[in-house]
Design a protein around this ligand. Structure first.
Ligand code: SER
Length: 320
């Protein structure tokens, strides 16, 4: 039987590309996109779309009942930088949406759940290089706290209620289609836009801040691969470490400068520096590679070529 999928938060950075990928794969009518508003016209017009408030149990359940959904990707969340400005709103959205979906799975209304976690679950006392799957987790942002607690609940629902919930700790995700909202890793997207439009960029992190990152195509591939993996291969039910590359703003600047020689950068760290400093520099994702055969395809060079080409088309700027 074809599964009927609901994406909650489908107008966001990852949700919108996931919607497209899943619609291409399963047919547009089998993938219902939903969000709190209809700001992404491509998502709204490329298949069924509903307004759903992830914080509201009835709003989520009504949509699931209407389309006979069996699989939910819960992509709605408030990210690290925005969450620090409004901690209670971040807690409210990130936790309540997860409980609604986990409880619907526990009650047998849906069968399978994807819920993203993040490198933000780690904190200052976590080993920073090759951060292990199982290690000290003392997140310092409200976003990280919701993700860590969420991971505990996912594992709890799996162990105690048999809920088939799967999760990835996404690194910073870099993409060209939709702008991200309110993350600490977002400089790695802004920089490409500014390189093309202004040939200069003021970075809100310091030159040597190394963070784990991933190109969107890899993130989508990982998400779908994990969801398609046989149940017995998914051995971690909290959330999987996942890695592709790590770089600093200086590294990224140099990679872009190879293509735009007169590009310049300045560094003016703000409150996000403290958040970045509490996160790992690189991630050990051996479990994902062993359990469900994860492999990334994009490194900093390949990603930079793709970003400059796609955004160059958008801005009408040709890169040699
Ligand atoms: N990219 C996210 C953020 O910066 C981390 O998961 O908040």
């Amino acid at each position: 039987m074809t599964s009927k999928i609901l994406i909650i938060g489908a107008c966001g950075q990852i949700g919108s590309e996931l919607a497209q990928a899943l619609r291409n794969k399963h047919g547009k009518d089998n993938v219902v996109a939903s969000d709190i508003d209809s700001r992404n016209m491509e998502v709204v017009q490329s298949g069924p779309f509903e307004i759903v408030d992830a914080k509201d149990y009835n709003s989520v359940k009504n949509c699931i009942d209407k389309y006979d959904i069996d699989t939910v990707y819960l992509m709605a969340a408030m990210l690290s930088a925005t969450g620090e400005k409004n901690p209670m709103a971040a807690w409210d959205l990130n936790m309540n949406s997860l409980f609604h979906v986990l409880n619907l799975a526990k009650d047998g209304v849906i069968k399978k759940v994807f819920w993203p976690s993040s490198i933000a679950v780690f904190g200052s006392n976590t080993p920073k290089e090759n951060t292990p799957q199982h290690t000290i987790m003392e997140p310092s942002t409200v976003y990280g706290i919701t993700k860590q607690v969420g991971e505990r609940w996912c594992e709890y629902y799996f162990k105690n209620y048999g809920v088939d919930v799967r999760s990835i700790r996404y690194p910073g995700i870099i993409s060209w289609k939709t702008l991200p909202g309110g993350g600490t890793t977002d400089y790695a997207i802004d920089i490409y836009h500014k390189a093309l439009t202004e040939k200069s960029y003021e970075c809100f992190l310091s030159a040597d801040t190394s963070l784990p990152m991933m190109f969107m195509d890899d993130a989508i591939k990982a998400t779908i691969n994990l969801m398609e993996a046989p149940e017995e291969d998914v051995k971690i039910r909290s959330s999987y470490n996942l890695a592709a590359m790590s770089f600093t703003p200086q590294d990224l600047f140099e990679a872009i400068k190879k293509h735009i020689p007169d590009f310049t950068i300045t560094f003016n760290p703000d409150f996000r520096q403290k958040i970045a400093d509490s996160w790992p520099k690189s991630i050990d994702d051996t479990s994902a590679r062993n359990d469900w055969h994860w492999q990334h395809a994009f490194d900093i060079e390949k990603m930079t070529v793709e970003m400059l080409e796609k955004l160059g088309e958008k801005y009408g700027v040709r890169i040699s």
